[in-house]
Design a protein around this ligand. Structure first.
Ligand code: SF4
Ligand code: SF4
Length: 391
């Protein structure tokens, strides 16, 4: 599906480029999500790069590190910078990863990977990663169904094999697609990985009434376990929503009140050809172009809240803050009614349900009694900076 888009606000590139001395990045931190390649060694059935035929379209990085240096110096020199290596499958371009790590020794680094090649990474790369996000779809049968036979076991085996060589954390990144994904499957991931982040898939045909009921039943079990555990139950969306309810300023401070996935404020997705977009799922949309490493320009993110989006009237707004802006944009600004009915509104329904389930357990009272180490991790967990927080 591709969208012929005239994006809001309708301003020329010259009018929105930064004036000298100011940065188009909002806040003091910036995530440089460097796509090392658009090729991949798997063929996942729902891959978002499949939209707009992005997969495989750019094999190698074609800008130089000197060009990247000049871009960082001009636009990001006053920001704390952290890099996420992304793809395609980023480990297919290991030389680039090593070069960037050597060139920017003070940056933080994260890897988003399908995990199948993890055991090939050298010690000095592993030791320098603050977090590894591993894509997985739930349990073995569901993951292998989407990703290929044997992938689940390989990812779990590789994670265990490199754990001793990693000082950082492992986070399972679950695209929650199947209605058969069970509480037990997600719960088991919390034993294997340090954190579990789940996100509801943007797939039409997924949210039938029966599937919604099944997902809600699993959400209820996850929230029950969160509030009955002796230690912190490391489910990032539940942790993040509880944090936002208990400490509301945390829901806004890094994002200046906008979406917590950072697309409106401080994430730059740099394609292998140097073109920059705010959202990795919309790199096929010309109007989303935000900058260019080679031409050394950057403007504020074009993906912004819009009056036609429904969040201001939503009970979840104080802690959700607009969840997935791509979804809201396609449904409410572009007016794709089918996508709104089949994907966006059901996901918002699940988000509101999740908030109400958390409220049933009185999160303020829970936080007041929680041990200091639990409070600290809930409040400051670094993984919030690397994922969207909201499902
Ligand atoms: S649940 Fe949906 S409508 Fe409500 S704040 Fe979140 S994204 Fe906006
Ligand atoms: S959550 Fe944010 S980054 Fe992810 S697809 Fe939506 S808008 Fe893009």
């Amino acid at each position: 599906m591709s969208y012929p888009i005239t994006f809001f606000p309708s301003r020329s590139q010259e009018a929105v480029e930064a004036t000298p001395g100011t940065s188009p990045i909002v806040g003091n931190r910036v995530e440089l999500q460097l796509l090392t390649t658009l090729t991949c060694n798997l063929k996942c059935s729902y891959c978002s790069l499949g939209v707009g035929d992005m997969v495989g379209s750019q094999g190698e990085v074609s800008y130089t590190t000197d060009a990247l240096d000049a871009f960082i110096k001009k636009h990001l020199s006053e920001h704390e910078t952290y890099v996420t290596f992304y793809g395609g499958e980023p480990t297919l371009n290991l030389d680039f990863i090593k070069e960037i790590m050597a060139r920017y020794p003070t940056f933080r680094f994260q890897l988003q990977t399908n995990g199948t090649l993890l055991d090939n990474l050298p010690d000095n790369v592993l030791a320098n990663l603050s977090n590894i996000l591993l894509s997985i779809d739930g349990g073995e049968a569901i993951t292998d169904g989407f990703r290929g036979r044997g992938v689940y076991r390989q990812v779990v085996k590789n994670t265990r094999a490199v754990r001793d060589r990693m000082a950082g954390t492992f986070t399972a990144r679950v695209t929650w697609s199947s209605e058969e994904t069970s509480f037990e499957e997600l719960d088991e991931l919390a034993d294997t990985f340090d954190y579990v982040y789940f996100q509801f898939v943007a797939g039409e045909g997924t949210y039938t009434p029966a599937a919604m009921e099944k997902k809600k039943a699993v959400i209820t079990q996850l929230v029950d376990k969160f509030f009955s555990s002796d230690k912190l139950y490391p489910m990032i969306p539940i942790m993040g929503i509880v944090r936002n309810k208990v400490l509301p300023s945390r829901a806004t401070e890094l994002y200046h009140g906008k979406t917590q996935c950072r697309v409106s404020t401080h994430i730059l997705n740099v394609m292998p050809d140097g073109k920059i977009f705010p959202c990795p799922d919309m790199m096929y949309v010309p109007e989303m172009l935000q900058g260019d490493v080679n031409a050394n320009w950057l403007k504020p993110s074009p993906l912004q809240p819009h009056p036609d989006m429904p969040c201001d009237q939503c009970e979840a707004q104080p802690w959700c803050r607009g969840n997935c802006l791509k979804n809201l944009y396609l449904a409410y600004v572009k007016g794709d009614q089918k996508y709104r009915d089949n994907v966006v509104d059901p996901i918002c329904d699940l988000v509101r349900f999740l908030g109400r389930e958390i409220d049933r357990h009185d999160p303020l009272a829970w936080y007041a009694k929680a041990p200091l180490d639990v409070r600290k991790t809930l409040r400051d967990c670094e993984v919030y900076e690397y994922v969207e927080i909201m499902p």
